[in-house]
Design a protein around this ligand. Structure first.
Ligand code: PLP
Length: 315
């Protein structure tokens, strides 16, 4: 297998991110709950995309790109962090966002405004339209450009979360369960593949916050990333566990998710977001209620960021 360090990577974040025990939530749930603070990755307001962008922006540079495009919904954390990464690296970013969700200058839109990022809204539900528009504008600009897919969830971006699993293994606490939000798939696929490689006793649970077929997307992305790493692993359905936590829709707050945001804030003074981490933490609470965790278990919750969304979508 290739070493993760052998792939081009730019430094954008502060790693390792801390792992902290949540004493009050642990007491409430009669188990041991820890949080991996990927809300503190150090670029922008933090979040999971920094790890993916370290590999994706390096690949863009390797391809000689001066301009990067990416996409997502109107309040995409990924798009905002891509613009932040481009700013740091002295590159230009153009965000072609679907005109879906909160388009006003609040949350991530405000942060993009502060960075002076060029944002174009496309009134479409099709990412094919968005990628065509990137090619059209890229050709018009006449500079070498690089297209980062929605959520940074291709095999290169996914390397970032394989690396996160390796980082967790190096932090020395053995976990029985690792829980994360699944929105475009790269975080979950990277952690699930990374767990196979570096955390053999840990079961990874993806809390789906969108309605895409993640039972297909997750193993496909795990296989593609394993191929990139030349890792000799077999990916099967028992390598990951999925739970539908989408509620009323992608980027629409759910009652359960909002209650989880308030619980974490009130008990531990940590802020989740209504679109990803709140819904994911609600999934962890459901699992605890169903008796999925023993008193001696160690459960790690990935706080993947999303602060921008908290101020746009609200709870
Ligand atoms: C805060 C936050 N958490 C989790 C996710 C989900 O990660 P992924 O898109 O890799 O599934 C995202 C994706 O946009 C996010 O912004």
């Amino acid at each position: 297998m290739k070493n993760l360090d052998s792939f081009p990577r730019v430094s954008l974040g502060v790693f390792p991110t801390p792992i902290q025990k949540l004493p009050n939530i642990s007491r409430l749930l009669h188990t041991n709950v820890y949080v991996k603070r990927d809300d503190l990755t150090g670029l922008g307001l933090g979040g999971n995309k920094t790890r993916k962008l370290e590999y994706l922006m390096a690949d863009a540079k390797e391809h000689g790109a001066k301009l990067v495009f990416t996409t997502g919904g109107a309040q995409s954390n990924h798009a905002m962090l891509t613009a932040a990464a481009a700013a740091r690296l002295g590159m230009e970013a153009i965000l072609i966002l679907k005109k879906r969700g909160v388009t006003e200058r609040v949350g991530n839109r405000l942060l993009e405004h502060l960075m002076g990022t060029e944002v174009i809204f496309l009134d479409t539900d099709s990412y094919a339209d968005v990628y065509d528009e990137m090619d059209r504008i890229g050709a018009e600009r006449g500079v070498p450009y690089y297209k980062i897919p929605c959520g940074g969830s291709n095999a290169i971006g996914t390397l970032g979360y394989v690396r996160c699993a390796r980082e967790i293994s190096e932090q020395g606490i053995p976990f029985d369960h690792l829980i994360c939000a699944e929105g475009s798939g790269g975080t979950m696929a990277g952690l699930a593949l990374g767990a196979k490689l570096f955390l053999p006793g840990t079961k990874v649970h993806g809390m789906m916050v969108d309605t895409d077929p993640f039972d297909v997307i997750t193993p496909a992305l795990m296989r593609e990333t394993a191929a990139l790493l030349e890792a000799d692993v077999r990916i099967g359905t028992d390598d990951f566990d999925l739970r539908d936590m989408c509620g009323p829709g992608y980027a629409v707050a759910s009652e359960e998710g909002n209650a989880a945001v308030r619980l974490m804030a009130g008990q531990e003074g940590l802020f989740l977001d209504p679109v990803y981490t709140g819904k994911a933490f609600a999934g962890l609470l459901d699992m605890a209620e169903e008796g999925a965790f023993r008193e001696t278990d160690r459960v790690l919750f990935l706080h993947s960021g999303g602060a921008g969304g908290l101020f746009a979508v609200g709870t």
